[in-house]
Design a binder for this molecule. Structure first.
Ligand code: NAD
Length: 485
C-alpha cells in the first residue's frame, strides 16, 4: 500500500473512524493499491457536525474581508503544491497529468472568485418610506455538507469549499470513497492557510454516510454532485428533512454539427470533448447529431480519434467494472446496427496491464432509440446520429431526459443563435466542445442534470450558501434626548 490508511478530518485533526468498515483505494492507472479509506458511521458524522456547529458561530461573526484572507493563502498553497496535487489526482483518478493539472488550475480560479466575495455581497439599503430604512444583509446558512463524485477529486470539492466557507458557513465534505486522497490533502492545506479548526471537516464514507448527511438535523444545507439516480435520492431525502439542497446529476450532452461547420476546428473540438478525462466528464460530448451531409467532418473526427492513445494522451477509466460497462455499450450499438468507425475495446497499455483503459470510440449511424444514444456511457465514446433538418436535430436533443450541456458547430451566427435558443440545456456552446462557463458565471444544468433552484458555482451559488436578513428601521424624530448632557 503506497499511502498510509486514511482517517477522517474533524475539528482540525485527523480522526480515525469509530467504525470498522473500510474500502481499498486502487489506482486506475495500473490497478495498484494506494490506500484504505474508512466507511464512517453516523457517530463520526455526529462528531463532525458538533465540531462544525461550534466553529461556525465565531467564523460567521468575522467580517467577510477577514474570512477571505484565509482563501488568499489557500489559493497560494494550491499553486505552491500544484505538482504534488496534480500527481495525486492523476494517481487516484487515472486522468492524464495535463488533465489533473487543469483541475488544480481550475481550483485556483474558483478560489479567486471566492476571494472577490467582499465586492460581490455588499448589502442593499433604501429609505422605503419617510424616515424608514430597509437594509438587506447576507448571512451564512450554518453547517453545510458537500457530497462529491469520483471524476474530479479536487475540482468538484473546490466548487463548494471556497464559496460556502468564505460566505461564513462551516462545511462537512464527503468525498467519493473511490478517490478520497486529494480531499484529505485539501483539508491539510486549508488548515495550513489558517482556517480555524472545525470550519472544514472531511467525513469519508459511502451510501450510509450520504444517507446520514441527508437525515442529520444539525446540517442546514446539502450540495451533491454525482449520478442522476443518486441526485434524485439525495434531493428527495434532504428536502424531506427540510434542508436546502442542490443536487447535480448525470448528463448526455449533444453536439449539433451543421454542414458549414469549420471542419478542422469542429473535429478537434468534438474529439477533445469526447475523449478528455476518458469521457468521464459531466460536460463531455457524448452524442453528436450531424445535420445534413457532414460526412467530411465525421471522417476527420475518426482521424482525430485515432491520434488519441491510451496511456499517452488518454487516461484510464475509473474501474474494471467501468471498462466492462463501457465496452458493453459499444457491443450493444454494434449489435443494433450502428457502425463502429474507431473501436476502443480491449485497449491495453504496455507496462500497465493492471490498469483500466478504453480507447477512443467513434460510433456512426446511431439511431435515437439505441442505448448509446440515450444513456450516459461515461467513457471515451461518441455516438453519431444523423438528422435531415435542424428541427429534427433539436427534437433529438430535446428528447433527452438530461440537460447539462449542448453545443452547436456552425459558421453562421444566425443558425447558432437559433439552435442555442432551442436546445434544452443549462450550458450551451457555440463552436465549443466543453461549454463550461468560467467564473464569475455559474455551473449548473437543467432537467435531470440538476435538482434544486440555484447553480453550484459562481454568482448563483451565493444565493444557495446564504440567507437574507432584512432589517427595517424607524427612529422617533420627536425623541431628542441629549445623552451628552
Ligand atoms: P455517484 O452518484 O455514484 O456517487 C456520487 C456520490 O454519491 C459519492 O460520494 C458516493 O459515495 C455517493 N453514492 C453512491 N451511490 C449512492 C447511493 N446509492 N446512495 C447514496 N449515496 C450514494 O457518481 P460517481 O460515479 O461518483 O460520479 C459520476 C457521475 O457524476 C456521472 O453521472 C456524472 O455525470 C456525474 N457528475 C455530474 C456533474 C454535474 O455537474 N452535473 C459533475 C460531475 C459528475
Amino acid at each position: 500500500m503506497k499511502y498510509p490508511e486514511l482517517t477522517n478530518f474533524i475539528g482540525g485533526a485527523n480522526k480515525p473512524s469509530v467504525g470498522s468498515r473500510k474500502l481499498e483505494v486502487f489506482s486506475p492507472l495500473d490497478g495498484s493499491l494506494l490506500s484504505r479509506v474508512p466507511l464512517s458511521t453516523k457517530d463520526d458524522l455526529d462528531a463532525a457536525v458538533t465540531a462544525a456547529k461550534t466553529a461556525a458561530v465565531s467564523w460567521a461573526s468575522l467580517p467577510v474581508k477577514e474570512r477571505v484572507q484565509v482563501f488568499f493563502r489557500y489559493r497560494n498553497l494550491l499553486e505552491k503544491h500544484m505538482e504534488e496535487l496534480t500527481f495525486l489526482v492523476h494517481e487516484e483518478n487515472g486522468k492524464t497529468m495535463d488533465e489533473a493539472r487543469a483541475e488544480i488550475e481550475k481550483s485556483i480560479e474558483l478560489t479567486e472568485f471566492a476571494c472577490s466575495m467582499p465586492q460581490l455581497i455588499s448589502g442593499e439599503v433604501q429609505e422605503v418610506s419617510r424616515g424608514v430604512e430597509c437594509v438587506i444583509n447576507r448571512v451564512a446558512v450554518g453547517v453545510v455538507a458537500s457530497i462529491a463524485p469520483f471524476n474530479f477529486p479536487a475540482m468538484v470539492p473546490n466548487w463548494t469549499i471556497p464559496n460556502a466557507i468564505v460566505l461564513g458557513n462551516a462545511m462537512i465534505l464527503k468525498p467519493s470513497e473511490i478517490v478520497p486522497l486529494s480531499a484529505m490533502r485539501l483539508a491539510a492545506l486549508l488548515k495550513e492557510a489558517g482556517l480555524p479548526d472545525g470550519v472544514f471537516n472531511v467525513v469519508n464514507g459511502d451510501r450510509e454516510m450520504v444517507e446520514a448527511i441527508c437525515d442529520h438535523p444539525g446540517i442546514d444545507a446539502v450540495s451533491f454532485v454525482g449520478s442522476t439516480k443518486v441526485a434524485k435520492l439525495v434531493y428527495a431525502r434532504s428536502s424531506a428533512a427540510l434542508k436546502r439542497v442542490v443536487a447535480l446529476g448525470g448528463a448526455k450532452n449533444h453536439l449539433l454539427v451543421l454542414p458549414d461547420a469549420h471542419p478542422e476546428m469542429t473535429s478537434t473540438n468534438v474529439t477533445a470533448s469526447m475523449s478528455g478525462c476518458a469521457g468521464q466528464r459531466c460536460m463531455a460530448a457524448s452524442a453528436m447529431v450531424g445535420v445534413g451531409n457532414v460526412d467530411h467532418i465525421v471522417k476527420l473526427i475518426a482521424d482525430e480519434a485515432r491520434k488519441v492513445t491510451p496511456g499517452k494522451n488518454l487516461g484510464a477509466v475509473i474501474s474494471a467494472q467501468a471498462k466492462v460497462r463501457i465496452e458493453d455499450y459499444i457491443a450493444q450499438a454494434e449489435k443494433a446496427g450502428a457502425k463502429i468507425l474507431v473501436d476502443g475495446r480491449n485497449a491495453t497499455v504496455p507496462g500497465k496491464e493492471g490498469g483500466y483503459y478504453v480507447g477512443p470510440t467513434v460510433i456512426d449511424y446511431v439511431t435515437p432509440d439505441m442505448s448509446v444514444a440515450r444513456e450516459e456511457i461515461f467513457g471515451p465514446v461518441i455516438s453519431i446520429m444523423r438528422a435531415e433538418s435542424l428541427e429534427e436535430a433539436i427534437r433529438i436533443e430535446n428528447s433527452s431526459p438530461y440537460g447539462n450541456g449542448a453545443s452547436v458547430f456552425t459558421q453562421s451566427g444566425a443558425l447558432a443563435h437559433w439552435v442555442s435558443e432551442r436546445v434544452s440545456a443549462g450550458m450551451v456552446g457555440v463552436n465549443i466542445g466543453v461549454p463550461v462557463p468560467r467564473e464569475p458565471f455559474s455551473f449548473g444544468g437543467w432537467n435531470e442534470s440538476k435538482f434544486g433552484a440555484c447553480d453550484i458555482t459562481g454568482k448563483s451559488s451565493i444565493e444557495f450558501w446564504t440567507k437574507l436578513k432584512k432589517v427595517t428601521t424607524k427612529w422617533n424624530p420627536e425623541a431628542r434626548t441629549n445623552w451628552m448632557s
